[in-house]
Design a protein around this ligand. Structure first.
Ligand SMILES: [Fe+2]
Length: 97
């Protein structure tokens, strides 16, 4: 006989997952699922900071103004993504307005 956990009816959240529907930030979800998403978003935010470092190291050595512009664009892109991800990790409904 299966444990009770496997005999209970599916929750609305599980039915949504099984139907491959998207889970939106303001949708009801199990607390462990929500905390796991926040952890993943936080790790992604950290990787954006790390992504700025190689270009930052080369900025002062870039051979031309054009090369500096390209490096700065990459740094700005990483920093922008970092800001959005930090906002999302602190307030998962951030992008929904
Ligand atoms: Fe990035």
């Amino acid at each position: 006989m299966l444990p009770d956990e496997f005999n209970r009816p599916l929750t609305a959240f599980e039915r949504k997952i099984d139907a491959e529907d998207k889970i939106e930030p303001r949708d009801a979800m199990p607390e462990k699922y929500r905390l796991h998403l926040i952890r993943q978003i936080s790790q992604h935010a950290h990787s954006e900071v790390i992504g700025m470092q190689p270009e930052g190291n080369w900025l002062s050595r870039a051979p031309s103004l054009r090369a500096k512009q390209i490096l700065l664009a990459k740094i700005q892109d990483e920093g922008g993504a970092w800001i959005v991800l930090v906002q999302c990790s602190r307030n998962p409904g951030y992008l929904k307005g």
